[in-house]
Write a protein that binds this ligand. Structure first.
Ligand code: MG
Length: 301
C-alpha cells in the first residue's frame, strides 16, 4: 500500500503511519491547520504536544506568520490552550532575523515590518525610515516583511535605492493577499515582487517553502535536542514537517531533504492530493494522517 491510499480503519491508518514514520526523530509542526483552525485549537493538539514533551521528542512550530514576533505568537497559542515557548517557534520573521544576524552582525539594515515583528531584530542596527531616505544611506540588507501601513511610496523608494546600492535583498514571503475581518487585503508579495521587478534581482525568501526556512527549522530542533547548543545531532532526513499545505509545507520540506507529512485537519484535501502527486516534479507526501494526534501516536513505541 502506498502512502497516498486512504485506509479506512483507525488501526490500519496507524499501522501504515508507523511504517511511514520509521527513522523520524523530530517534528516541525505547521501552526494553522495542524495546531489551530480559525484561532481554536484542533481537537487533541494540546494532548499531542504534551505527549511529545513527555517522550522527549524534539518539536518546533514552523509558521509563515510574519506580522508578529515569536513571543507574541507564543502568548496567542497559550491563550488558545496550547502552551508553547517562544524558542520552540520558527517563523518567517525569525528566519529572516537569524539570517541577517549571522551574515551581517552589526552592519546597518533596513527592515520593513510591523512593529511587533521588529522586536525579533533586537540588538541589530536598524535604520529608521528617515535615515533610510537619506541620499548617502547604505545598508548590508533590505528585509521586507508585513509592513502594512508603512509600505509608503517614500519607504519603497528608500528600499529601492538601498537595493540599487548593493544591499542584500531578503523577503519574508511573497504572499499575494490575505483574508481579514475587513475583507481581502493586499499582502507583502506585491511590494516584494515590485522591488524584484525594478531592481531585476530576486529576493532571498525566508518563509516556507524556502530551503532557508527548513534549514533553520532543523537547526532549531538540533538546539532544542541538545540543550541550546548546535551539535548537528539531528539531520534533515530525521525531521518530519507536519502540515496541511501540500506545497508550502509538504513539498517544500521534501525539497529541503525533510520528510513531508500531510494532515487532513486543515485546508487541503483529496483534490489537492491528486494534483500534487500528478504535477510535473510532483511527489506524494511521505505520510498522510487525519491529524497531528495520529502522527504522534505513530511515533509512540
Ligand atoms: Mg497551515
Amino acid at each position: 500500500m502506498s502512502a497516498s491510499d486512504h485506509p479506512a480503519k483507525p488501526a490500519e491508518i496507524l499501522a501504515q503511519l508507523q511504517i511511514d514514520m520509521v527513522g523520524v526523530r523530530a517534528l516541525l509542526l505547521d501552526m494553522d491547520g495542524v495546531l489551530v483552525l480559525k484561532n481554536a485549537p484542533i481537537p487533541g493538539a494540546a494532548e499531542a504536544l504534551a505527549a511529545l514533551d513527555a517522550r522527549d521528542i524534539p518539536y518546533a512550530i514552523g509558521t509563515n506568520t510574519s506580522l508578529v514576533s515569536r513571543t507574541t505568537l507564543a502568548r496567542e497559542l497559550g491563550r488558545a490552550g496550547l502552551p508553547v515557548e517562544a524558542d520552540r517557534i520558527v517563523s518567517a520573521v525569525s528566519v529572516a532575523a537569524a539570517y541577517v544576524r549571522r551574515r551581517f552582525a552589526q552592519a546597518p539594515l533596513y527592515v520593513l515590518a510591523a512593529p511587533d515583528a521588529l522586536t525579533e531584530f533586537h540588538g541589530l542596527t536598524l535604520l529608521s525610515h528617515d535615515e533610510a531616505a537619506e541620499r548617502e544611506a547604505r545598508v548590508a540588507a533590505v528585509v521586507v516583511g508585513d509592513a502594512a501601513e508603512e509600505f509608503t511610496p517614500r519607504n519603497m523608494q528608500s528600499a529601492f535605492a538601498l537595493l540599487r546600492n548593493g544591499a542584500r535583498f531578503v523577503a519574508m514571503h511573497k504572499n499575494r493577499w490575505w483574508l481579514t475581518p475587513a475583507g481581502v487585503m493586499l499582502d507583502a508579495g506585491a511590494y516584494v515582487v515590485g522591488l524584484e521587478y525594478v531592481t531585476q534581482r530576486r529576493a532571498l525568501v525566508t518563509g516556507k517553502p524556502s530551503r532557508a526556512f527548513f534549514a533553520e527549522g532543523v537547526t532549531q530542533l538540533d538546539r532544542l535536542a541538545s540543550g541550546g547548543r548546535e551539535t548537528h545531532s539531528i539531520s534533515a532526513a530525521e525531521v518530519a514537517m507536519v502540515g496541511d499545505d501540500l506545497w508550502n509545507d509538504v513539498r517544500g520540506a521534501q525539497k529541503a531533504g525533510l520528510r513531508g507529512v500531510f494532515v487532513r485537519s486543515g485546508k487541503h484535501g483529496e483534490a489537492e492530493l491528486a494534483r500534487v502527486s500528478s504535477e510535473r516534479g510532483g511527489r506524494a507526501p511521505d505520510a498522510i494522517a487525519p491529524s497531528l494526534v495520529e502522527v504522534v501516536a505513530a511515533m509512540e513505541r
